[in-house]
Design a protein around this ligand. Structure first.
Ligand code: AMP
Ligand code: GLY
Length: 473
């Protein structure tokens, strides 16, 4: 585990930062290019659900919209609490309700007369928060429970991809260990063994030999390591190549593809160490050019949309396919049904559209009238995590240097696991901050992000020093 001395320093920081004093969110250029509001209420109250860096980025971007008068977040974090809506200057209010407490979330949305609820994480979607709010005549953005199965069931997703010809890994679905082992044997043991259901991001076991694959199959199907989530498994051939994230905003008929981004899932530099929720991202990546991205988007999104129509699935929200660019072309590993974290941090620092207008169009089914606009800047997010993460870690460590980092231009420190303790902001989770900077090119953005990282410290802090390095080597 990386535990830099306190206060820390990093080799990459020696480079001079090149800043552009141009903020895409506030420039006249961006305002001129913004889509015209369509029938949108100019006095909207919004509720965002979740408490991570993704939700801070969503709140930050939504708070810039002239449509928003007041914003709540459940449960939020210390950084979200510091945001204000640009239109009214009202502070964002955090309400202490967990993202999975559906009855209380419904009650607060009714009490505050929320006009649009925006769901960040996967669990409330899988629990059917969208269906519940819709039954109660409340507008909510995100896929309903049936559509959220693209993330909540790997068997559902894999069957769908095969049925509708979406490029994916060779795979099989099993509930019997003997048949699963036979299939893994045919792949020479080089495979990914995946529990069907949500397993706190731990349900995927990557195997390099028949012995490893047999052990993984027994762990899930026989020892029930993931309980009911592992009643069935998907076994995929192991795909080699560069892994990248795609996102597409969908409205049930139309899907609008984002630029590519890349997460860094392992805890340590050089993609070593344990898998985490994500230690840093950058956008765009050089691994799919404009034409290849458009082609990949078409190969995934056309059959996706056709398949949804045929199966009666109304997918309104973000479809986030994880893909590997193999020698024989890009292949989908998995679908998520929400914004990635920390992909959101780099996407929303480049997005020039009004996010309320986009989410509204996604709910309304009018995305065909919208054009996504991205700033020409590159964006880099470096996650600062608690020592020990993704294993056990201490909480309550004071975070120093946030005010210094906030003075840097074209930089935003998104909070994830943070809390207020009196006047102090302290650590309160594994991933603590997503330090994000944008600049004219990737190298400058990387340098700016690490300049900000250097200003911040807390006891035990760990972060990767090679975010975006793959794109620059
Ligand atoms: P998932 O939850 O399906 O995204 O899997 C977690 C991680 O395991 C992914 O981000 C990949 O790095 C890796 N992975 C999953 N499936 C495969 C596969 N078929 N081949 C190679 N790596 C994989
Ligand atoms: N970036 C990984 C995830 O959001 O699942």
């Amino acid at each position: 585990m990386v535990r830099p001395t306190f206060p820390h320093a990093s080799a990459i920081l020696s480079e001079p930062a090149a800043f552009l004093f141009f903020n895409p969110q506030h420039s006249a250029f961006a305002l001129l290019r913004r889509d015209k509001p369509r029938n949108l209420r100019l006095q909207m109250k919004l509720l965002v659900i979740g408490s991570g860096g993704r939700e801070h980025a969503l709140v930050w971007k939504l708070a810039q919209s002239p449509h928003v008068t007041q914003l709540w977040c459940a449960p939020g974090n210390a950084g979200i609490q510091q945001e204000r809506t640009e239109k009214t200057g009202k502070p964002v209010e955090c309400v202490n309700i967990g993202a999975e407490d559906l009855p209380k979330l419904l009650a607060v949305a009714q009490e505050k007369k929320i006009e649009l609820t925006v769901v960040g994480p996967d669990n409330p979607l899988a629990l059917g928060i969208v269906d519940l709010f819709q039954k109660n005549d409340l507008r909510i953005w995100g896929p309903n429970q049936k559509a959220a199965q693209f993330e909540s069931s790997k068997v559902f997703s894999q069957d769908f991809m095969e049925k509708y010809g979406i490029p994916t890994a060779k795979s099989g679905t099993f509930s019997e260990p003997a048949a699963a082992k036979k299939f893994a044997g045919l792949l020479g043991g080089k495979c990914a063994v995946k529990a069907d259901g949500l397993a706190l991001g731990k349900g995927v076991l990557i195997c390099a030999s028949v012995a490893e694959a047999n052990k993984a199959i027994d762990e899930i199907l026989v020892s029930k390591a993931f309980g009911a989530a592992g009643a069935k498994i998907v076994i995929q051939e192991f795909l080699e190549g560069m892994e990248i994230s795609l996102h597409a905003l969908c409205d049930g008929k139309t899907a609008k593809l984002f630029p590519t981004s890349q997460d860094h899932k392992r805890a340590l530099d050089g993609d070593k160490g344990l898998n985490t929720g994500g230690m840093g991202t950058y956008c765009p990546t050089p691994f799919l050019g404009e034409t290849a991205l458009a082609e990949t988007g078409r190969k995934i999104l056309e059959p996706f949309t056709r398949g949804c129509a045929a199966e009666g699935i109304d997918f309104r929200g973000i479809l986030y396919p994880g893909i590997i660019v193999t020698r024989s072309g890009p292949k989908v590993l998995e679908f998520n049904a929400r914004f990635g974290d920390p992909e959101t941090q780099v996407y929303l620092t480049r997005l020039e559209n009004d996010l309320v207008e986009l989410l509204d169009a996604s709910v309304n089914g009018t995305l065909d009238r919208v054009e996504l606009k991205w700033s020409p800047m590159a964006s880099v997010c470096v996650v600062m995590a608690s020592g020990g993460y993704p294993g056990g870690y201490a909480k309550g460590k004071p975070i120093l240097g946030l005010a210094e980092a906030a003075k840097l231009p074209n930089t935003k420190v998104f909070h994830a696991g943070t809390a207020k303790n009196g006047n102090e902001i302290v650590t309160n989770g594994g991933r603590v901050l997503g330090v994000t900077a944008w600049a004219k090119d990737l190298k400058s953005a990387q340098s700016a992000a690490y300049t900000a990282v250097e200003k911040i410290c807390f006891e035990g802090v760990q972060f990767r020093r090679d975010i975006a390095a793959k794109a620059l080597s």
